[in-house]
Design a protein around this ligand. Structure first.
Ligand SMILES: [Zn+2]
Length: 408
């Protein structure tokens, strides 16, 4: 039996991982908990869109206790909090595939509550809705997560009296830990901005989360962290973070609002920087055209995007944002740079001749000498082929850092 839980928290606090960790303790569940991130573009979600799955030996006592627990501890009074629970029995191979397909859709696209209910009926799972019940989408999807490229996160929880207070941590200990464990542990700090990334900022119970490639390595890394406040307990989760599970290859015409996609195409307009420092350009494939954006917060990544030119062949990874049909870039691969040729003025009478118009040659203003033949020079492109990604501080939980790519 797998129990899935989602959407128990609110901007005012709580965290679904915390509820799951408490349940694990209470029922002495031995299996590793799963923290499953779902489509980050879904507009109803307030934070990282994470659901939890607990693999356990099912009995009816647990079922009732889980429901009571979620009823008691969820932030039900908040209008955006609509918890859901899924109880998924052991499935036949056929039903397992249906559930996996459902997960693949929820992690990448927009899915309705009705689709979740239909899937639950199809595979014989029970779903329990609180309020509008939107949480059943994530709860059920979390139970179907495949985790074929899993990573781990160790979460340390705060003592209740510190909720809402600034998190107190030895800054240097995080940088030292990073130096020792990177890239086995990743996205712990942002070197360029000199920020630590393991501590969140909200009123939730999480003190910090350390992401890494194994349960062992995140525990070792935690030993190097010096918290300056008391920790209630720690819990390690298996996760789909840093896996790119959310990205699906699509043609531009197939893209729907909130989709997470990979597209191969050609830059079809030169990048423009708008007020606020965000950079936008258009991308085209044989089915259509789409706006791509790199926001100011992506810093050095955005600066690379400024160097793109119409005609460059690239692959983009990203998601359709909440407020527009713009693809927010997470990574790009530059496959081919367009050569740009410019007319070069020859010299005459010791200075550059002036252009007589496009493809009309040059003339000398001093002696009136005319030259028909146009010299072309290749413009130096201040950009290289290959992969570029947003810096850690702007990275989404699901986004796979390049350092995790198999470079063969
Ligand atoms: Zn001349």
């Amino acid at each position: 039996m797998i129990i899935g839980i989602d959407d128990t928290d609110s901007p005012n606090g709580m965290c679904t991982t915390y509820l799951a960790a408490k349940l694990k303790k209470k029922f002495k569940i031995k299996s590793t908990l799963r923290l499953i991130r779902l489509n980050p573009n879904i507009p109803y979600k307030t934070r990282g869109n994470g659901a939890v799955a607990i693999v356990t030996d099912f009995n009816h006592k647990i079922r009732k206790e889980v429901i009571d627990y979620i009823t008691t501890y969820s932030h039900l009074s908040h209008k955006k909090t609509n918890p859901g629970i899924a109880f998924v029995p052991k499935l036949s191979r056929k039903k397992q595939i249906i559930l996996e397909k459902f997960y693949r859709k929820v992690v990448s696209e927009h899915v309705s509550i009705i689709e979740a209910e239909d899937t639950a009926v199809e595979i014989g799972a029970e779903v329990i809705k609180f309020k509008n019940g939107r949480g059943i989408i994530g709860a059920l999807a979390a139970c179907g997560a495949v985790l074929d490229d899993k990573t781990f996160e160790l979460i340390a929880y705060r003592e209740k009296r510190n909720y809402g207070q600034e998190r107190k941590i030895n800054f240097q200990s995080v940088f030292s830990m990073n130096e020792k464990f990177y890239p086995k542990c990743f996205d712990s700090v942002d070197i360029v901005s000199n920020q630590i990334l393991i501590t969140p900022h909200g009123p939730d119970p999480i003190f910090c989360g350390i992401r890494g490639k194994s349960s062992m390595v995140v525990k070792k890394a935690w030993n190097d962290i010096i918290p300056l406040e008391k920790i209630e307990f720690i819990q390690v989760f298996e996760t789909n973070q840093a896996s790119d599970d959310h990205l699906k290859w699509k043609k531009i015409r197939e893209i729907k609002p909130f989709d997470c996609v990979k597209i191969s195409g050609k830059v079809s307009s030169n990048p423009k920087t708008i007020q606020g420092g965000h950079v936008f350009f258009k991308l085209m494939d044989e089915t259509g055209e789409i706006d791509c954006g790199a926001y100011r917060q992506t810093g050095e990544f955005r600066d690379v995007m400024k160097q793109l030119c119409t005609g460059d062949e690239i692959i983009v990874y990203g998601g359709i944002g909440r407020h527009s049909n713009t693809l927010n870039l997470e990574k790009i691969c530059i496959e081919k740079l367009k050569s740009i040729l410019l007319d070069t003025p020859p010299l005459c009478c010791g200075r550059k001749m002036t252009s007589s118009g496009k493809n009309k040659g040059f003339k000398c203003r001093k002696c009136n000498n005319k030259i028909r033949k146009v010299m072309k020079t290749k413009v130096f492109r201040d950009i290289e082929l290959g992969w570029f990604e947003v810096p850690p501080r702007a990275r989404r939980h699901l986004s796979k850092p390049l350092v995790r790519f198999n470079r063969k």
